[in-house]
Design a protein around this ligand. Structure first.
Ligand code: GRF
Length: 196
């Protein structure tokens, strides 16, 4: 399938950048056609803009119906798959309904462990370190109305060293994220991972 990807991001957008870079390097059937952020000053928007990608700022502070606006933009660009890349807002029900089984998220742990409300960023890595786990990792999953509970599409383990702290673990995991998101999108485009 030809993927026309819409991305939702709130902050740095390093995952977005990794996907952009890999699309340029490989001959794949994936195009990022629009990037939306709730944060007008986000580095994710700057990165996308400098790559010539259509960017939009959609926030509940400036728009009455965020879901309707997201759908409008993605429809305009014929988006057929959405990737959340560090998007810190809840996805409106209207978007979940319209893009059912077509929204991916990346989570910096091995779901179903260390997921759910409040489990984001350093909270995840701190919980993993405090539990003295041997492994953490990265999960790519479908998004539904419950935080981090959609079907798991791909996972990669990351071993935890004895001297790892939450922040060194976060660094290791981010490097794996940058590879796994693109790899999963590629498998979807090749129909080696089916979305339903
Ligand atoms: C990543 O750790 C991802 O797992 C989580 O948010 C972070 C986004 O980082 N969902 P970035 O904005 O892509 O740099």
């Amino acid at each position: 399938m030809k993927i026309r990807l819409g991305v939702l991001a709130s902050h740095g957008g390093s995952n977005l950048q990794a996907i952009i870079d890999q699309i340029k390097k490989e001959n794949v059937n994936i195009e990022i056609v629009a990037v939306i952020s709730n944060n007008s000053g986000s580095f994710a928007l700057k990165r996308a803009k400098s790559e010539g990608i259509n960017v939009y700022h959609i926030s509940s502070k400036t728009t009455f119906d965020v879901g309707e606006q997201i759908i409008k933009v993605f429809r305009q660009h014929q988006v057929n798959l959405i990737a959340l890349a560090g998007y810190m807002k809840k996805i409106p029900d209207s978007v979940l309904k319209k893009y059912s089984n077509r929204i991916l998220n990346i989570h910096p742990a091995l779901l179903p462990k260390y997921g759910g409300e409040g489990m984001y960023g350093m909270n995840v890595h701190e919980a993993v370190i405090n539990a003295k786990e041997e492994y953490s990792g990265v999960t790519i999953h479908l998004v539904n109305s419950k935080y981090d509970e959609g079907r798991i599409l791909n996972q990669q383990k990351v071993p935890i060293a004895k001297d790892d702290s939450a922040s060194t673990l976060a660094e290791k995991i981010l490097l794996v994220e940058h590879k796994l998101y693109f790899a999963t999108l590629k498998l979807i485009s090749e129909e080696k991972i089916m979305l339903q």
